[in-house]
Design a binder for this molecule. Structure first.
Ligand code: SIN
Ligand code: FE2
Length: 210
């Protein structure tokens, strides 16, 4: 199916839609906003409850941010590394997420949390569910920038078969409804150099957490 922006919408499975190139025309604005956020709340590699340092470096913007440490996973209104609130969510992030969600069939999405992931070559994110949010009635919107990656999208059980979705600079993927609690992850990032973003992949994951 063809959307109003000339991009291609691909159904990954019921409730999950890839909006190919949906963020492409916004990349300069998104990256400038990202740089301001990371200057205020720097990327850091957090520790899982099991004591492992994640290979993906993270920061957040919005009313609350997703964090992990030895005590567990949670949304926190403060950045534990700085003891301060997270940077505000730029309007352009919220608008992009709201528009992308609506195009994927989830009108009225108003994110209050944006997790920002930074993958360097070799980094990966193992299969997991996003389930620290209060209400699974809201979708998740994920925006990819920089080096290409392979997204794994599975079912509601960890062992369910997964679909491999190649994600490139500017791609947006939205999942909600019957796919809201689907297992997903990112395969090990291959080395490369992106002309705009450099030797890394940046990902925005926008959610309504509260
Ligand atoms: C996530 O699952 O939180 C991030 C997915 C991605 O980096 O594409
Ligand atoms: Fe996730």
């Amino acid at each position: 199916m063809q959307d109003l922006f000339g991009g291609e919408n691909v159904a990954v499975r019921a409730g999950a839609t890839l909006l190919r190139g949906r963020a492409l025309s916004l990349d300069t604005l998104l990256l400038a906003a990202l740089e301001r956020i990371a200057a205020e709340a720097p990327f850091r590699r957090m520790v899982t409850p099991g004591g492992f340092e994640m290979s993906v470096a993270m920061t957040n913007c919005g009313t609350v941010g997703w964090v992990t440490d030895r005590t567990g996973y949670r949304y926190d209104a403060r950045d534990p590394a700085r003891g301060l609130p997270w940077p505000a969510m730029p309007d352009i992030f919220a608008t992009l997420a709201q528009d992308a969600a609506a195009e994927a069939g989830f009108p009225g999405f108003t994110p209050d949390a944006c997790l920002i992931n930074c993958y360097e070559p070799g980094a990966r994110l193992s299969l997991h569910q996003d389930k620290d949010e209060a209400d699974y009635g809201h979708p998740v919107v994920s925006v990819s920038l920089g080096l290409p990656a392979t997204f794994q999208f599975g079912g509601l059980k960890r062992g369910d078969p997964t679909t491999r979705v190649p994600l490139s600079h500017g791609d947006v993927i939205v999942w909600g409804g019957p796919a809201r609690l689907a297992y997903h992850g990112v395969l090990t990032l291959k080395d490369g150099e992106h002309p705009v973003v450099g030797r890394r992949r940046l990902n925005l994951t926008l959610r309504k957490a509260l």
